[in-house]
Design a protein. Structure first.
Lengths: 305, 504
């Protein structure tokens, strides 16, 4: 039980720190001092103390959506182990469950965006639905690769077994980590796919769907985004930890620093994709994950022959 | 019969009695042929009330010879109507729309006599911006996106109505006028020259120096005073400083819009140095109070010359490094190249001016074609011309013009010895009566044209202002056609047109 508790606490720490590292990296790259490391938490704290304003055109769907969004993400969050720790929840086939919890959260926010009747949010919802559908094969194949190695289909078993594999899986695991890293960028709406800092509604994807939210609802959405970041960052870090050192004290800082610094640097030194190029970008990751799955499959075949 | 009075941008004001009053039919037939040649474009075209009717004035610019053609006519439009010039040469569209809006003059065959800016003194009080019928296209697959008029950020109001097929823009209609303050009538109501200067400075907040210089030159042409080359030189430094500051701001803003943090922060830093230089010179970062008619309150001193030279040399060096980086950055080029194309023919058709026109390969630069002030005596300006007409070209003209402007400042200041002979401003000059005076200035955005008519006592009886935005807004609407709607912001930023300069 203590191990499970520790796992959850470490996951929360990761979730809270990634945004801080991104902001700090961006500030350093821009030659600025930057905001406080935990400024994003103070902001959300402030929002939690505020009320919400609702547009008169919206229905109950709009009010429920942030709760569903956060609830589904939080549930998925509890299935993820940090390296050698045990997750709070686990059962056979939970990798599929997690994938569709994330899909559920996406559907909730898309429906809420459509509910406002705003042309901006409609466009954002259309974009989110398209990219969500495109990125799903990458997510499933990435998870399938992990499952393939150990024959298990829950995150807890996969990572506890993966380290005992005799076959050299370094390349496969690094590629899996890369795939999950990019999925995180896509899911959390960072450069080059989306730009969380922009004020231009016409170019937004994730942000524009949340335009009508305020106060508590906005805070819930922010928190869910942090949790989502942590889910993908930790899966990626676990894959790397399998190769080097399968300990939570290695995987957790790796999850925070690798994703945080990478995103911070990317956002400082490159431009965002043209929106129509995002599909190509995402499909490249899908192709990459298919390649990883195939490589993994061949490796396994070799051993059995 | 003589159709035009021919003058140029450095001559003094024209007596109204010297301007031929022609038959509209003759003028129409002449313009129909003449305007086919791209060397001509409209400087200004407006109507003014006279006893029992309207008198129309047309100012035509010849970019090849530097001549300015002025003519007028008093048509009987109530009974006959006027054949629309827009129907044959579309660059007349804002002017005919304005005349129609203010005086109800019917223009036959005008493609779309929609209001220009809904001023308070419009003819048709029923026509309001709240009830304006936007252009629509019927279609199951199409959807409309309305942006504005309240801007989500901090800039000015304007309504943009997109008709889209999915992500692709089919049509964009821009409705302006929300920022109308009655600048032109205020310039007439208020005969205090200092107040008029302040109003001129406020026509467009980002072109304070440009519009103030246009006003000052216009006033000076109505007298016989020679302001001297020292003052002309200082005005050139001021206007080039403004150009550098604004081009830097736009380079940075384009970086912001594509989430390219590096360019954004570098440009912000450089712009601060530039506008702080203006502040050190005159006390205002945007150059307000710097330009005054017949003199200056802030003549340059040895120290200020040294400071400007040092700062601008620094900005030029650092900007040049950034410029090299921009031209080599593939993620940036992927966004800007082949995006928002306005071909040369389109730009000529709509009468585009200034930096945006030059990005499409149209040679329109008042500093070259109709030089006045120090450009006519001390600088031989070669305009920066790019050919592609995309967002990258509009950025590239900025990149080059900043360096060019910095070089001009260095060139004129390196040999300049402040003499202390620059007089204080004169706000009570005796102006030539019954005359038409105009001034043309190449502001950072493009051609600024001010026109004034004086009455018998030498008071300003009519004042017309034309910001380059009046021509170029249509260019933006053309640029985004068939582009993704998510690329509208970078197109908008690449033009960076003025709302208040248009709305007056």
């Amino acid at each position: 039980m203590l191990v499970k508790l520790l796992n959850t606490l470490v996951m929360i720490a990761v979730a809270l720190s990634i945004t801080g590292v991104i902001n700090r990296t961006r500030a350093l790259c821009a030659g600025r001092k930057g905001i406080r490391f935990f400024q994003h938490i103070y902001n959300v704290h402030l929002q939690l103390r505020k009320g919400s304003v609702y547009s008169t055109t919206t229905t109950a769907l709009f009010r429920i959506a942030p709760t569903v969004y956060l609830g589904a993400t939080l549930l998925a969050f509890l299935f993820i182990p940090v390296a050698n720790l045990e997750p709070m929840l686990s059962f056979h086939g939970d990798i599929i469950f997690v994938a569709y919890l994330l899909a559920l959260s996406r559907v909730a926010i898309i429906l809420a965006a459509m509910d406002t009747g705003s042309s901006f949010e409609g466009m954002g919802a259309a974009r989110e639905a398209l990219y969500g559908a495109l990125v799903e094969p990458a997510l499933m194949m990435g998870m399938a690769t992990l499952a393939l190695f150990c024959g298990y289909s829950s995150f807890a078993d996969i990572f506890s077994m993966a380290q005992e594999m005799s076959v050299n899986i370094t390349v496969v695991m690094l590629l899996v980590a890369y795939v999950f890293g990019v999925i995180m960028v896509i899911e959390s709406g960072r450069v080059p796919v989306d730009d969380p800092k922009t004020h231009l509604e016409l170019t937004m994807i994730h942000e524009v769907m949340c335009l009508d939210y305020s106060g508590v609802d906005m805070a819930l959405i922010h928190i869910a985004t942090w949790l989502k970041n942590a889910i993908f960052a930790v899966i990626a870090a676990n894959a790397v930890a399998v190769i080097f050192s399968f300990n939570w004290w290695f995987a957790a800082p790796l999850a925070v620093l690798a994703t945080g610094i990478t995103i911070g640097v990317v956002e400082s030194f490159r431009a965002r994709n043209k929106l129509s190029r995002n599909t190509t970008f995402i499909l490249t990751i899908v192709a990459m994950s298919a390649l990883v799955l195939l490589t993994g499959f061949l490796l396994i075949q070799n051993i059995e022959i | 019969m003589k159709l035009y009075y021919i003058t140029n941008n450095t001559s003094s004001a024209v007596a109204i009695s010297d301007i031929p009053v022609v038959e509209y039919v003759d003028l129409y037939n002449d313009l129909k042929e003449r305007m086919k040649d791209v060397r001509y474009h409209v400087g200004h075209y407006f109507a003014t009330e006279i006893e029992n009717g309207l008198k129309f004035y047309l100012i035509l610019l010849d970019d090849m010879s530097g001549e300015v053609y002025i003519t007028s006519f008093v048509p009987d439009y109530y009974t006959q109507g006027l054949a629309s010039l827009t129907a044959v040469h579309q660059q007349f569209h804002p002017f005919e729309r304005e005349i129609h809006e203010l005086y109800g003059v019917p223009f036959d065959n005008h493609p779309w006599l929609k209001p220009l800016r809904f001023p308070f003194d419009r003819r048709n009080r029923e026509s309001t911006m709240d009830s304006y019928p936007f252009y629509t296209i019927e279609g199951e697959e199409l959807h409309e996106v309305n942006v504005g008029p309240i801007h989500a950020g901090i800039i000015e109001p304007g309504a943009f109505r997109f008709i889209c097929d999915g992500e692709q823009v089919l049509h964009l209609e821009i409705a302006l006028g929300y920022q109308h303050r009655g600048v032109e009538s205020e310039m007439v109501r208020n005969q205090n020259r200092l107040r008029q200067t302040l109003i001129a400075e406020s026509v467009a907040g980002d072109t304070a120096v440009g519009h103030a210089t246009a006003y000052a030159e216009l006033l000076e042409k109505l007298t016989t005073v020679d302001i001297g080359d020292d003052l002309r030189l200082e005005r050139l430094v001021a206007i080039e400083l403004e150009r550098i500051a604004m081009h830097l701001a736009d380079t940075g803003a384009l970086g912001t819009d594509i989430a390219f943090q590096l360019y954004q922060v570098v440009c912000e830093a450089l712009r601060t140095v530039t506008i702080n230089t203006s502040q050190a010179w005159c006390g205002n970062r945007f150059g307000k109070s710097l330009i005054r008619p017949f003199g200056s309150n802030h003549p340059l001193t040895e120290e200020k010359v040294a400071l400007i030279r040092k700062n601008i040399a620094d900005v030029r060096r650092r900007y040049n490094e950034l410029r090299t980086d921009i031209l080599e950055s593939h993620t940036l080029l992927a966004r800007f190249e082949q995006c928002g194309l306005v071909p040369k023919e389109e730009m000529e058709r709509i009468g585009g001016v200034g930096q945006a026109a030059r990005a499409s390969g149209v040679v329109r630069d008042i500093r070259t074609t109709h030089p006045s002030g120090y450009y006519a005596v001390g600088i031989s300006h070669m305009p920066v011309i790019k050919g592609d007409g995309d967002v990258m070209s509009r950025l590239a003209t900025r990149l080059d013009e900043v360096l060019q402007s910095a070089d001009y400042i260095e060139k004129v200041l390196s040999t300049y010895k402040p003499s202390g002979n620059i007089p204080a401003p004169n706000y009570e000059p005796a102006l030539q009566g019954e005359a038409l005076s105009f001034s043309l200035i190449e502001g950072w955005r493009g051609e600024i044209c001010h026109v004034a008519l004086t009455d018998k006592e030498g008071n300003i009886a009519k004042y017309k202002i034309k910001d380059p935005s009046v021509h170029n807004w249509l260019g933006l609407a053309i640029a985004v056609r068939s582009e993704g709607i998510s690329d509208f912001p970078i197109n908008n930023k690449s033009f960076n047109l003025s709302y208040c300069g248009h709305d007056l």
